[in-house]
Write a protein of this length. Structure first.
Lengths: 247, 390
């Protein structure tokens, strides 16, 4: 963690307007067995335009945290405010529309829909927003072309390599021009070269668009290239801020 | 096309690549198609017979009948006749005379007589016409067409040796077989014979009219009722045959609901098929949610899947059912003993309205079958769906 200064509360690092403000979050999974407390009393904040990495051992709730921040899951207690909008009181339909317009998700296993082509996958966020099919596909083609993947647009998701699948997944996450990108171990399933390439793509996109990006990763080298590093553990989350001279 | 419909159609089309899902999808569609087919063929069979009954109803029943609101005889028969004859498109106006009698075999003594109800038939105006009897009476009297029967009325006349029943000997013109319109103990005779038997030289208990366009009988009835006033009862052929028409409708409804049970059983397959797809595509639900799809949108995907299965199964069932029915009717595949039924083969008639009702019922059932799994899909925790699908 050379180059980072560890702080006990990331609130001190906050100078710019906040893109993410999560306070006192707790999440408990109640399945068939005993309830499992994933975390409790967790607070987390990221300023707008920051590329942040979240690291921590498996099972501390990194993915769950991303799901709460993206509003696809709800905390059992606590508050989540994204881009100035509180997700707590939003109706499911409004939360879905907010997510469609403002939040992009990238998953470890790309989660492209195998029945559809790459182009169709990238067009989905537009289709969900009600954009007519022809226009949605035109926009998807343009998005894929920007990543140099236009020629692969008509291939089924299964026909693509791991790296290509993840690039298409990133194109899909960016389809609606979100202001917040949440990436859950986007390179976790790739070889070193593909992981490097995908991560560089994320950095490049972040630089271009200045969108707030939170990346969950187990790779310390990739995390070291982010603006912020958050170390997550059973005890909570500690913020590390990149020292100015390393920027 | 909405995104939900596009996803549902792709799921259905892609299911053939996964053997177990393909099998369940095939069973769902085939089950529904078989149910629809069975219903179309069953109703076509019923319609085939019922259409013939309705045709006979139109041909043999008076289209309008005017009788006194109270009493057994018309007070002003000529006024009634004139009102009916004034109607546009009226073909024939005739008196309706009815009564009770005993029927005897006129040639062979010793045959047990049969109690009958005679009535005048509009198409048999003169004494030159004989009687039309049912197959049951013919069998009991041991007569056939061409033989003679003696009708002894319940009315009597005074003779030098006392009171004697009024009788008439008439030839049997026709023996009717296997018609639902025929009442076993009824004999149709000419108007003149009926007048003799009932001792009604003039007037009548009622007047009947046949119209060029029977479908307009209700309008004609209103006009006659307005002309004659409330002391007369005016009935159309639909009202006169109301009980039979009701029985035919009831028969069809019972067949619809009993054979329709096959469609309900097929709907259970659809429930399991869609529930299986929901489980298999759990991860997709999470991904759609992450992309901004609302729970209602996820529900619509599976309702659209139910609708797609319903549409394919329904169309297949209708095409097969209608095709089979038309072929069975055209080529007379199912023969009938013509001496019993007056038909050489089982008739089938495909009615578009009935097919539309069957189609709507099957389609609605398929969509309804999708409601429960679709709601379950909308209630799934998307975060968990993504987390558990790694």
């Amino acid at each position: 963690m050379t180059g980072f200064e560890t702080r006990t509360s990331n609130a001190e690092a906050v100078n710019a307007p906040l893109a993410i403000r999560a306070e006192d979050l707790s999440k408990i999974y109640t399945g068939e067995g005993a309830p499992v407390t994933v975390f409790s009393g967790l607070s987390f904040a990221v300023e707008e335009g920051v590329l942040a990495a979240v690291m921590g051992p498996s099972g501390v709730g990194k993915s769950t945290l991303l799901h709460l921040l993206g509003g696809i899951d709800r905390p059992d207690s606590g508050h989540v405010e994204i881009l100035g909008a509180s997700l707590d009181g939003m109706r499911p339909r409004d939360r879905a529309r907010f997510r469609n317009e403002n939040v992009g998700f990238v998953f470890q296993f790309h989660h492209l829909l195998p029945e559809f082509t790459a182009e169709e996958n990238v067009a989905f966020p537009h289709r969900i927003a009600g954009v007519p099919e022809r226009e949605a596909r035109r926009r998807a083609r343009a998005r894929l072309a920007r990543g140099g993947r236009a020629a692969r647009g008509h291939h089924g998701a299964r026909a693509l390599s791991g790296g290509e699948q993840q690039r298409v997944a990133i194109a899909r996450a960016l389809a609606r021009g979100p202001r917040l990108l949440l990436a859950d171990e986007p390179t976790g399933n790739l070889d070193a070269a593909a992981a490097h390439s995908v991560f560089e793509l994320l950095r490049e996109l972040h630089r271009e668009r200045r969108m707030t990006t939170v990346v969950v990763t187990h790779n310390p080298d990739l995390a070291a290239r982010c603006d912020r590093l958050f170390a997550m553990s059973r005890e909570g989350i500690a913020a590390s801020v990149r020292l100015p001279e390393r920027g | 096309m909405r995104f939900e419909t596009a996803v549902a159609l792709r799921y259905l089309a892609a299911s053939r690549r996964r053997a177990h899902v393909a099998l369940v999808a095939f069973i769902s569609i085939a089950g529904l198609a078989v149910g629809v087919l069975a219903l179309v063929v069953s109703l076509a069979l019923l319609s085939g017979f019922q259409d013939r009954i309705r045709r006979q109803m139109m041909e043999r029943t008076a289209h309008l009948r005017v009788s006194p609101a109270r009493g057994a005889r018309l007070a002003e028969p000529e006024k009634v006749r004139a009102a009916l004859e004034k109607l546009p498109g009226v073909q024939r106006v005739s008196p309706a005379i009815e009564g009770r009698a005993w029927a005897f075999n006129a040639a062979v003594p010793g045959v047990v007589p049969v109690p009958v109800r005679y009535r005048s038939a509009a198409d048999r105006p003169s004494a030159a016409h004989g009687a039309v009897i049912s197959g049951a009476i013919a069998a009991r009297l041991h007569v056939q067409a061409g033989d003679e029967i003696r009708l002894a009325s319940s009315r009597t006349r005074l003779s030098p040796i006392g009171l004697l029943p009024v009788t008439a000997v008439v030839p049997v013109d026709e023996v009717r077989l296997g018609s639902a319109l025929d009442k076993p103990g009824e004999v149709e005779v000419s108007v003149e014979t009926a007048r003799v038997l009932s001792d009604t030289a003039t007037g009548a208990g009622a007047y009947e009219a046949r119209l060029e366009r029977p479908a307009e009988a209700e309008r004609a009835a209103r006009a006659v009722q307005a002309a004659l006033g409330p002391s007369y009862r005016v009935e159309t052929w639909r009202e006169l045959n109301g009980p039979l028409a009701f029985a035919l409708r009831l028969e069809k409804a019972v067949i619809f609901f009993t054979v329709g049970l096959i469609i309900l059983v097929a709907a259970l397959n659809i429930v399991s098929n869609i529930a299986m797809t929901v489980i298999e595509k759990k991860r997709d639900l999470g991904v759609f949610t992450a992309m901004g799809a609302a729970p209602a949108s996820l529900e619509r995907i599976y309702l659209a899947l139910g609708a797609a299965i319903g549409a394919v199964g329904t169309v297949a069932g209708i095409v097969l059912g209608a095709g089979i029915s038309i072929a069975l009717d055209r080529y007379g595949v199912v023969p009938l003993p013509s001496d019993v039924y007056m038909l050489s083969h089982v008739p089938f008639a495909v009615h578009p309205v009935e097919v539309a009702v069957i189609g709507a019922f099957a389609f609605a059932t398929a969509v309804a079958a999708a409601v429960l799994p679709a709601r379950a899909a909308a209630r799934l925790a998307p975060g968990e769906a993504i987390r558990l699908s790694r």
